[in-house]
Design a protein around this ligand. Structure first.
Ligand SMILES: C[S@@+](CC[C@H](N)C(=O)[O-])C[C@H]1O[C@@H](n2cnc3c(N)ncnc32)[C@H](O)[C@@H]1O
Length: 282
């Protein structure tokens, strides 16, 4: 078969392009406003498609930093309850044991919202996929000279294979499992890196469990997530998740948790008020 015959002639292509431009020109002259709106929307879509993730990461790091300073002391106290188990722990690492310190891995550390909950001399490894947190993290870290940063990993919790198995005493996630792409994989990674007897501390907002009295909140949590509004504004955050079945299924020797309504300061944050707090032991 003579395939070359199917390739359009150069003249035909030129004529086609000229016709298309002439049609566009006529359209612009007839409806200038609509055309420019259309072209602007197309250009903005291409821009968001190309740079959207990067812009969202920048914006999310910035807004998280703002929220951090808005959170009331009651919320810190609410989190603190599950961190009290740290005071009875000793490190598996003989050197750290001698120093009376612990090796903690925090996944999704953000700006370092939990520095104040760690014991003196904590050796901290942090993993977060958003590189724009680093600036705020460093600024915040300056207030906590009692914490030693061992490693900063810019990666998702799913992809922390570089952290050795059975190497950390404690893993922490606070408000992170709502955003991860593959929750079972993250929780498996957490169990893998923990030493036997190590603790996984979690504080996560969840889908409201009260189907009778909080039907409206449950509906809003589902709706805002399903239409993509909440995940878009808050970098992939889902309001309608419950990580407990995943944590239970991964094979910790013990999981102790409770559900409670967190004290959050602003009215619209009430949609994220139902929380799950707990400690799982490997
Ligand atoms: C709502 S912020 C919470 C930050 C901090 N832990 C806190 O308590 O304020 C969610 C964090 O999870 C991080 N994150 C999102 N997806 C992640 C993933 N797949 N693995 C690890 N962290 C992730 C985000 O970059 C962000 O730092």
């Amino acid at each position: 078969m003579e395939y070359w015959k199917r390739i359009p002639d150069k003249e035909v292509v030129k004529e086609g392009v000229e016709l298309a431009f002439a049609a566009l020109r006529r359209h612009v002259q007839a409806r200038p406003k609509e055309t420019w709106v259309g072209l602007s929307v197309a250009a903005a879509s291409i821009f968001i498609w190309k740079y959207g993730q990067d812009l969202r990461h920048r914006y999310f790091a910035w807004i998280n930093n703002k929220f951090y300073y808005m959170k009331p002391q009651e919320y810190e106290d609410f989190k603190h309850k599950v961190f009290t188990c740290l005071k009875d722990l000793t490190s598996h690492d003989p050197k750290l044991k001698e120093e009376k310190s612990l090796r903690i891995l925090e996944i999704g550390a953000g700006i370092g919202a939990n520095f104040d909950l760690y014991p003196n001399n904590t050796h901290l490894i942090v993993a977060d996929p958003n590189p724009y947190f680093e600036k705020y993290f460093s600024e915040n870290k300056a207030n906590f000279p009692n914490i030693k940063i061992e490693t900063i990993i810019v990666a998702k919790g799913e992809d922390i294979d570089m952290v050795e198995s059975n190497s950390v005493d404690v893993v922490v996630t606070t408000l992170v499992l709502c955003s991860v792409t593959d929750m079972p994989k993250v929780v498996s990674q957490i169990k893998r890196v923990l030493v036997p007897g190590g603790k996984y501390i979690f504080v996560e907002h969840v889908h409201d469990w009260d189907t009778k009295n909080h039907r409206i909140r449950r509906f809003l949590q589902g709706m805002l997530t399903v239409i993509g509004f909440w995940p878009f504004i808050f970098d992939g955050c889902h309001l309608n998740r419950n990580p407990l079945p995943v944590i239970d299924a991964v094979g910790f020797s013990n999981v102790s948790s409770n559900q409670d309504y967190a004290p959050l300061p602003v009215w619209w944050m009430k949609v994220a008020q139902p929380h799950l707090r707990g400690v799982a032991t490997k």
